[in-house]
Design a binder for this molecule. Sequence first.
Ligand SMILES: C[S@@+](CC[C@H](N)C(=O)[O-])C[C@H]1O[C@@H](n2cnc3c(N)ncnc32)[C@H](O)[C@@H]1O
Length: 275
Amino acid sequence: MNAGVLLAPEDVNRSTWQGSTTLRWFAEYEGWSDDGERAATESLPLGVHGQPILDIGVGAGRTTPLLRALSTDYRAIDFAPAMVDLCHRKYPDVDVRHGDARDLSQFSNNSMGLVAFSWNGIDAVGDTDRAAIFGEVFRVLRPGGVFFFSTHNKLGPGHRETPWHFGLRDLKHPKSTARRLASLPLDVRNRRRLRPLNHDAGEWSMMNAGAHHFGIVIHYTTLLHAVAEVETAGFQPEPEVYASSNGRRLAVDDETSDVWWFHLLAVKAALRCDP
Ligand SMILES: C[S@@+](CC[C@H](N)C(=O)[O-])C[C@H]1O[C@@H](n2cnc3c(N)ncnc32)[C@H](O)[C@@H]1O
Protein backbone atom coordinates (compact mmCIF):
# COMPACT_ATOMS: atom_id res chain seq x y z
CA MET A 1 0.00 0.00 0.00
CA ASN A 2 1.21 3.53 -0.72
CA ALA A 3 2.10 4.92 2.73
CA GLY A 4 0.93 8.41 1.71
CA VAL A 5 -2.63 7.40 0.78
CA LEU A 6 -4.65 6.01 3.62
CA LEU A 7 -7.60 3.82 2.69
CA ALA A 8 -10.95 3.64 4.50
CA PRO A 9 -10.98 1.12 7.40
CA GLU A 10 -13.02 -1.44 5.44
CA ASP A 11 -10.48 -1.39 2.59
CA VAL A 12 -7.57 -1.76 5.02
CA ASN A 13 -9.34 -4.69 6.70
CA ARG A 14 -10.29 -6.40 3.43
CA SER A 15 -6.72 -6.09 2.20
CA THR A 16 -5.32 -7.56 5.45
CA TRP A 17 -7.84 -10.41 5.47
CA GLN A 18 -6.77 -11.33 1.94
CA GLY A 19 -3.09 -11.69 2.89
CA SER A 20 -1.80 -15.24 2.39
CA THR A 21 -0.97 -15.93 6.07
CA THR A 22 -4.35 -14.65 7.23
CA LEU A 23 -6.20 -16.69 4.60
CA ARG A 24 -4.34 -19.83 5.69
CA TRP A 25 -5.20 -19.13 9.32
CA PHE A 26 -8.91 -18.76 8.54
CA ALA A 27 -8.89 -21.84 6.30
CA GLU A 28 -7.55 -23.99 9.13
CA TYR A 29 -9.77 -22.69 11.93
CA GLU A 30 -12.72 -24.97 12.74
CA GLY A 31 -15.42 -25.04 15.43
CA TRP A 32 -16.76 -22.32 17.72
CA SER A 33 -14.84 -19.06 17.97
CA ASP A 34 -15.51 -18.91 21.73
CA ASP A 35 -17.93 -19.99 24.48
CA GLY A 36 -20.24 -17.02 23.80
CA GLU A 37 -20.77 -18.08 20.19
CA ARG A 38 -21.72 -21.58 21.28
CA ALA A 39 -24.07 -20.29 24.03
CA ALA A 40 -25.78 -17.84 21.64
CA THR A 41 -26.21 -20.53 18.96
CA GLU A 42 -27.74 -22.90 21.49
CA SER A 43 -30.17 -20.14 22.53
CA LEU A 44 -31.50 -19.48 19.03
CA PRO A 45 -35.29 -19.89 19.01
CA LEU A 46 -36.44 -23.25 17.65
CA GLY A 47 -38.49 -21.31 15.10
CA VAL A 48 -35.37 -20.48 13.06
CA HIS A 49 -34.46 -24.16 12.60
CA GLY A 50 -35.12 -25.26 9.03
CA GLN A 51 -35.56 -21.63 7.87
CA PRO A 52 -33.45 -19.94 5.15
CA ILE A 53 -30.07 -18.77 6.50
CA LEU A 54 -27.84 -16.00 5.13
CA ASP A 55 -24.25 -16.17 6.47
CA ILE A 56 -22.63 -12.75 5.92
CA GLY A 57 -18.84 -12.43 6.01
CA VAL A 58 -18.50 -16.21 5.83
CA GLY A 59 -14.72 -16.03 5.45
CA ALA A 60 -13.26 -19.48 4.77
CA GLY A 61 -16.46 -21.17 5.94
CA ARG A 62 -15.80 -21.84 9.63
CA THR A 63 -19.49 -21.25 10.39
CA THR A 64 -20.79 -23.21 7.40
CA PRO A 65 -21.10 -26.63 9.15
CA LEU A 66 -22.25 -24.97 12.40
CA LEU A 67 -25.12 -23.17 10.69
CA ARG A 68 -25.99 -25.90 8.21
CA ALA A 69 -26.70 -28.05 11.28
CA LEU A 70 -29.66 -25.69 11.86
CA SER A 71 -30.92 -25.60 8.27
CA THR A 72 -29.77 -26.93 4.92
CA ASP A 73 -31.39 -23.88 3.27
CA TYR A 74 -28.12 -21.97 3.56
CA ARG A 75 -26.26 -19.39 1.48
CA ALA A 76 -23.27 -17.16 2.23
CA ILE A 77 -21.58 -13.97 1.06
CA ASP A 78 -18.30 -12.18 1.70
CA PHE A 79 -16.91 -8.90 0.38
CA ALA A 80 -13.37 -10.34 0.05
CA PRO A 81 -13.07 -12.32 -3.22
CA ALA A 82 -10.22 -14.47 -1.84
CA MET A 83 -12.45 -15.55 1.07
CA VAL A 84 -15.27 -16.45 -1.34
CA ASP A 85 -12.81 -18.62 -3.31
CA LEU A 86 -11.56 -20.33 -0.14
CA CYS A 87 -15.05 -21.09 1.11
CA HIS A 88 -16.09 -22.34 -2.30
CA ARG A 89 -13.09 -24.70 -2.45
CA LYS A 90 -13.83 -26.04 1.03
CA TYR A 91 -17.59 -26.38 0.51
CA PRO A 92 -18.21 -26.73 -3.26
CA ASP A 93 -21.88 -27.56 -2.72
CA VAL A 94 -22.60 -24.27 -0.93
CA ASP A 95 -24.07 -21.19 -2.63
CA VAL A 96 -21.34 -18.71 -1.67
CA ARG A 97 -21.04 -15.43 -3.55
CA HIS A 98 -19.33 -12.10 -3.50
CA GLY A 99 -21.53 -9.61 -1.67
CA ASP A 100 -21.40 -6.67 0.69
CA ALA A 101 -23.52 -6.47 3.85
CA ARG A 102 -24.15 -2.77 3.17
CA ASP A 103 -26.13 -3.65 0.05
CA LEU A 104 -28.12 -6.90 0.24
CA SER A 105 -30.21 -6.06 -2.82
CA GLN A 106 -29.54 -9.55 -4.24
CA PHE A 107 -31.85 -10.85 -1.46
CA SER A 108 -35.60 -10.12 -1.22
CA ASN A 109 -37.48 -8.51 1.64
CA ASN A 110 -38.64 -10.89 4.38
CA SER A 111 -36.78 -13.86 2.88
CA MET A 112 -34.45 -15.12 5.68
CA GLY A 113 -35.16 -16.80 9.01
CA LEU A 114 -31.63 -16.25 10.29
CA VAL A 115 -28.90 -13.81 9.25
CA ALA A 116 -25.48 -14.40 10.81
CA PHE A 117 -22.45 -12.08 10.77
CA SER A 118 -19.94 -13.90 12.96
CA TRP A 119 -16.60 -13.17 14.53
CA ASN A 120 -17.10 -9.42 14.55
CA GLY A 121 -17.24 -9.10 10.76
CA ILE A 122 -19.64 -6.16 11.16
CA ASP A 123 -16.84 -4.25 12.93
CA ALA A 124 -14.96 -3.90 9.64
CA VAL A 125 -16.95 -0.83 8.64
CA GLY A 126 -17.48 2.61 10.18
CA ASP A 127 -20.49 3.78 12.16
CA THR A 128 -22.64 5.05 9.26
CA ASP A 129 -22.11 1.92 7.15
CA ARG A 130 -22.89 -0.16 10.20
CA ALA A 131 -26.33 1.47 10.46
CA ALA A 132 -26.86 0.60 6.76
CA ILE A 133 -26.05 -3.04 7.55
CA PHE A 134 -28.59 -3.18 10.38
CA GLY A 135 -31.18 -1.70 8.00
CA GLU A 136 -30.43 -4.20 5.22
CA VAL A 137 -30.44 -7.19 7.57
CA PHE A 138 -33.75 -6.05 9.07
CA ARG A 139 -35.23 -5.77 5.56
CA VAL A 140 -34.24 -9.29 4.43
CA LEU A 141 -35.32 -11.01 7.67
CA ARG A 142 -38.76 -12.54 7.93
CA PRO A 143 -40.93 -11.41 10.85
CA GLY A 144 -39.75 -13.53 13.80
CA GLY A 145 -36.31 -13.87 12.17
CA VAL A 146 -33.05 -13.36 14.06
CA PHE A 147 -29.87 -11.38 13.38
CA PHE A 148 -27.00 -13.20 15.13
CA PHE A 149 -23.79 -11.18 15.18
CA SER A 150 -20.83 -10.33 17.34
CA THR A 151 -19.13 -7.01 17.98
CA HIS A 152 -16.10 -5.76 19.95
CA ASN A 153 -16.48 -4.37 23.45
CA LYS A 154 -15.13 -0.84 23.87
CA LEU A 155 -14.81 -1.46 27.61
CA GLY A 156 -13.06 -4.82 27.14
CA PRO A 157 -9.42 -5.97 27.17
CA GLY A 158 -8.95 -5.47 23.41
CA HIS A 159 -9.62 -1.76 23.16
CA ARG A 160 -6.40 0.25 22.72
CA GLU A 161 -4.13 -2.81 22.49
CA THR A 162 -0.52 -1.89 21.80
CA PRO A 163 2.31 -3.95 20.30
CA TRP A 164 4.37 -3.50 23.47
CA HIS A 165 1.69 -4.74 25.86
CA PHE A 166 2.14 -8.50 26.30
CA GLY A 167 -0.89 -10.41 27.63
CA LEU A 168 -0.95 -13.68 29.57
CA ARG A 169 -1.39 -15.51 26.26
CA ASP A 170 1.95 -14.14 25.00
CA LEU A 171 3.83 -14.90 28.21
CA LYS A 172 2.42 -18.41 28.78
CA HIS A 173 5.14 -20.15 26.79
CA PRO A 174 8.66 -19.06 25.75
CA LYS A 175 7.74 -19.83 22.12
CA SER A 176 4.73 -17.47 22.22
CA THR A 177 6.86 -14.73 23.78
CA ALA A 178 9.55 -15.22 21.12
CA ARG A 179 6.91 -15.02 18.36
CA ARG A 180 5.53 -11.75 19.78
CA LEU A 181 9.03 -10.28 20.04
CA ALA A 182 9.89 -11.32 16.47
CA SER A 183 6.78 -9.63 15.10
CA LEU A 184 7.24 -6.42 17.10
CA PRO A 185 8.80 -4.38 14.23
CA LEU A 186 5.92 -5.27 11.87
CA ASP A 187 3.33 -4.64 14.59
CA VAL A 188 4.78 -1.21 15.35
CA ARG A 189 5.01 -0.31 11.64
CA ASN A 190 1.35 -1.22 11.07
CA ARG A 191 0.24 0.62 14.19
CA ARG A 192 2.00 3.80 13.04
CA ARG A 193 0.64 3.50 9.50
CA LEU A 194 -2.97 3.06 10.62
CA ARG A 195 -3.02 5.47 13.58
CA PRO A 196 -4.66 8.29 11.53
CA LEU A 197 -7.77 6.10 11.17
CA ASN A 198 -8.32 5.91 14.93
CA HIS A 199 -11.36 7.82 16.13
CA ASP A 200 -13.00 7.80 19.56
CA ALA A 201 -16.62 8.99 19.66
CA GLY A 202 -17.31 8.10 23.31
CA GLU A 203 -19.85 5.26 23.15
CA TRP A 204 -18.07 3.79 20.13
CA SER A 205 -14.72 4.05 18.40
CA MET A 206 -12.76 2.93 15.35
CA MET A 207 -9.38 1.67 16.58
CA ASN A 208 -6.38 -0.19 15.32
CA ALA A 209 -6.58 -3.71 16.82
CA GLY A 210 -3.87 -6.26 17.62
CA ALA A 211 -5.16 -9.04 15.34
CA HIS A 212 -3.13 -9.81 12.21
CA HIS A 213 -0.11 -7.86 13.45
CA PHE A 214 -2.08 -4.68 14.11
CA GLY A 215 -3.24 -4.83 10.51
CA ILE A 216 -6.93 -3.96 11.02
CA VAL A 217 -8.97 -0.96 12.17
CA ILE A 218 -12.26 -1.94 13.75
CA HIS A 219 -15.39 -0.67 15.43
CA TYR A 220 -15.74 -1.01 19.20
CA THR A 221 -18.92 -0.30 21.11
CA THR A 222 -20.21 -0.27 24.67
CA LEU A 223 -22.93 -2.82 25.31
CA LEU A 224 -25.42 -0.03 25.95
CA HIS A 225 -24.69 1.49 22.53
CA ALA A 226 -24.84 -1.89 20.74
CA VAL A 227 -28.28 -2.54 22.19
CA ALA A 228 -29.40 0.97 21.18
CA GLU A 229 -28.13 0.34 17.63
CA VAL A 230 -30.30 -2.73 17.11
CA GLU A 231 -33.33 -1.14 18.73
CA THR A 232 -32.94 1.95 16.50
CA ALA A 233 -32.86 -0.33 13.44
CA GLY A 234 -36.30 -1.68 14.45
CA PHE A 235 -35.38 -4.93 16.19
CA GLN A 236 -37.22 -5.92 19.38
CA PRO A 237 -35.99 -4.24 22.58
CA GLU A 238 -33.59 -6.07 24.89
CA PRO A 239 -31.74 -8.44 22.54
CA GLU A 240 -30.10 -11.46 24.18
CA VAL A 241 -26.38 -10.88 24.68
CA TYR A 242 -23.62 -13.41 25.50
CA ALA A 243 -20.04 -12.79 26.61
CA SER A 244 -17.22 -14.11 24.42
CA SER A 245 -15.07 -14.75 27.49
CA ASN A 246 -17.22 -17.44 29.15
CA GLY A 247 -20.60 -17.55 27.43
CA ARG A 248 -22.54 -15.94 30.29
CA ARG A 249 -25.75 -14.06 29.49
CA LEU A 250 -25.24 -10.33 29.93
CA ALA A 251 -27.62 -7.62 31.08
CA VAL A 252 -27.10 -4.19 29.58
CA ASP A 253 -25.71 -2.69 32.81
CA ASP A 254 -23.35 -5.61 33.66
CA GLU A 255 -19.63 -5.11 34.23
CA THR A 256 -17.90 -6.22 31.01
CA SER A 257 -14.19 -5.47 31.41
CA ASP A 258 -13.28 -9.18 30.86
CA VAL A 259 -15.40 -9.45 27.68
CA TRP A 260 -13.53 -9.11 24.38
CA TRP A 261 -16.71 -9.08 22.32
CA PHE A 262 -20.47 -9.57 22.58
CA HIS A 263 -22.73 -12.00 20.72
CA LEU A 264 -26.19 -10.54 20.12
CA LEU A 265 -29.44 -12.20 19.05
CA ALA A 266 -31.62 -9.40 17.66
CA VAL A 267 -35.17 -10.42 16.75
CA LYS A 268 -37.40 -8.85 14.11
CA ALA A 269 -40.83 -8.87 15.74
CA ALA A 270 -43.26 -11.49 14.47
CA LEU A 271 -46.44 -10.20 12.85
CA ARG A 272 -49.34 -9.83 15.28
CA CYS A 273 -52.40 -11.88 14.48
CA ASP A 274 -55.21 -9.77 15.94
CA PRO A 275 -58.47 -11.66 16.34
C1 LIG B 1 -13.05 -11.88 11.13
S1 LIG B 1 -13.54 -12.54 9.59
C2 LIG B 1 -14.64 -13.85 10.11
C3 LIG B 1 -14.89 -14.90 9.05
C4 LIG B 1 -15.92 -15.96 9.42
N1 LIG B 1 -17.24 -15.38 9.64
C5 LIG B 1 -15.50 -16.71 10.66
O1 LIG B 1 -16.14 -16.53 11.69
O2 LIG B 1 -14.53 -17.48 10.58
C6 LIG B 1 -14.66 -11.32 8.98
C7 LIG B 1 -15.16 -11.61 7.59
O3 LIG B 1 -16.19 -10.66 7.29
C8 LIG B 1 -16.02 -10.22 5.96
N2 LIG B 1 -16.66 -8.89 5.86
C9 LIG B 1 -16.35 -7.77 6.54
N3 LIG B 1 -17.15 -6.75 6.18
C10 LIG B 1 -17.99 -7.23 5.25
C11 LIG B 1 -19.06 -6.66 4.52
N4 LIG B 1 -19.39 -5.36 4.62
N5 LIG B 1 -19.76 -7.44 3.68
C12 LIG B 1 -19.42 -8.77 3.53
N6 LIG B 1 -18.40 -9.35 4.18
C13 LIG B 1 -17.70 -8.59 5.04
C14 LIG B 1 -14.51 -10.21 5.77
O4 LIG B 1 -14.11 -10.24 4.42
C15 LIG B 1 -14.09 -11.46 6.53
O5 LIG B 1 -14.10 -12.61 5.72
